[in-house]
Design a protein around this ligand. Structure first.
Ligand code: ADP
Length: 352
């Protein structure tokens, strides 16, 4: 046993700790010869203690990563800093195990001495990431394209059928059309959120909040009229923020359409803006039923709709709104009282 191995193998307590953890720990010489690996390492990679003795760390790293390994080694030998890496390990039976973790080199008398590695199995995370990528690509191609075609066909059929007044076919096509529209909206919203989460950039410019509210309210008047809901607005002149106007329009439109959707006919919705602690706050208040207590904590989650309280929609609107507002460095929230109504607000740092 050489001096290095003796040090590594002493201290029974620490050894016991290393043997009991789930992360993969290894000590190796500068050439890569494995000196010690813990239980999690042996179990994950399928080697016995005896077999490890003859192994090099190069034997368990996927060949595609050799050049990366060499670059990391050069970095490791340069100083005692910890280097974070992602690696693909190969078990004895050929299984590939993605891991992330840290490597560091110990020095003796100013010279590199031996290397330590602590790895964490990220198979589950990688699988989830792959699934999400697959879902996004499926939603944007395989699902979206045929749906768009079906929707167009249904709309055409509907136009031709309506004048015939054949009640049953008109109803059936209408039902298919509405569900198709719903799925198209859902996919659009899902892709939009995936895009935001993946770091979509904002196209920021100076936004005059008062003019902005005027425009969005104007655009949503027909929706209010249709639902028998009066939309009123008043805003603070001179309020300006830095923002992506299209994205902010998406937020206000969502809050406004929810407020209309959850209002009773004859009710009114009020949009306001005000200054508040260096921010501009935009509020949308309705006189609807309010949000049930049990649902409040989940409301900004994905696909969240209050039970027995969903009125169409994807359940993604508020999740998207939150992502947009937070990307702007702002905050979104609400106050609600059962039977009296709800006020949603978002606030952004004030300009000037
Ligand atoms: P959806 O597309 O379903 O409206 P949102 O994320 O915009 O998705 O809203 C999620 C849920 O939050 C709604 O389905 C509803 O249950 C609740 N909600 C949103 N706004 C209001 C409101 N103004 N009053 C009452 N409930 C609301």
């Amino acid at each position: 046993m050489d001096e290095l191995e003796a040090i590594v193998k002493s201290e029974a307590g620490l050894r016991d700790l290393l043997e009991s953890i789930d992360d993969l720990v290894a000590f190796a010489t500068l050439e890569g010869r494995l000196l010690y690996v813990n239980r999690a390492w042996r179990e994950k990679l399928g080697y016995t203690e005896g077999e490890v003795a003859g192994l090099s760390s190069y034997d368990i790293i996927h060949p595609s990563q050799q050049s990366e390994v060499e670059a990391t080694n050069a970095k490791l030998m340069a100083s005692e800093q910890v280097v974070r890496v992602e690696r693909l390990l190969v078990a004895k039976d050929g299984r590939q195990i993605p891991v992330d973790g840290s490597l560091s080199c110990r020095f003796k008398d100013g010279k590199p001495w031996y290397v330590r590695a602590i790895f964490h199995d990220i198979t589950a995370r990688k699988a989830a990431e792959r699934m999400k990528d697959d879902l996004v690509s499926m939603a944007s191609h395989e699902l979206r394209n045929p749906l768009m075609a079906i929707r167009t066909a249904l709309h055409l059929l509907n136009e031709e059928l309506v004048p015939t007044k054949l009640e049953r076919p008109v109803q059936v096509v209408g039902l298919a059309m509405r569900n198709c529209d719903r799925m198209v909206d859902l996919i659009k919203a899902y892709l939009d959120l995936a895009n935001l989460e993946a770091g979509a950039r904002l196209k920021e410019s100076e936004v005059d909040v008062s003019g902005f509210i005027d425009r969005i309210v104007e655009l949503n008047q027909p929706l209010g009229l249709h639902a028998g809901v009066d939309i009123r607005h008043e805003s603070t002149p001179g309020a300006k923020v830095l923002g992506d106007e299209d994205r902010l329009a998406q937020v206000l439109t969502n809050l406004l359409s929810n407020a209309i959707k959850f209002s009773k006919p004859g009710g009114s919705v009020q949009v306001r803006s005000e200054f508040r602690d260096g921010h501009v706050r935009v509020t949308v208040s309705d006189q609807g039923d309010g949000i049930p207590e049990s649902f409040r904590a989940k409301i900004f989650g994905k696909f969240a709709q209050a039970e027995g309280h969903a009125r169409g929609g994807s359940g993604l609107g508020l999740a998207i709104s939150k992502a947009i507002v937070e990307k702007h460095g702002g905050r979104i929230g609400f106050e609600t009282a059962l039977g009296q109504g709800t006020t949603f607000y978002f606030e952004l740092p004030k300009l000037g």
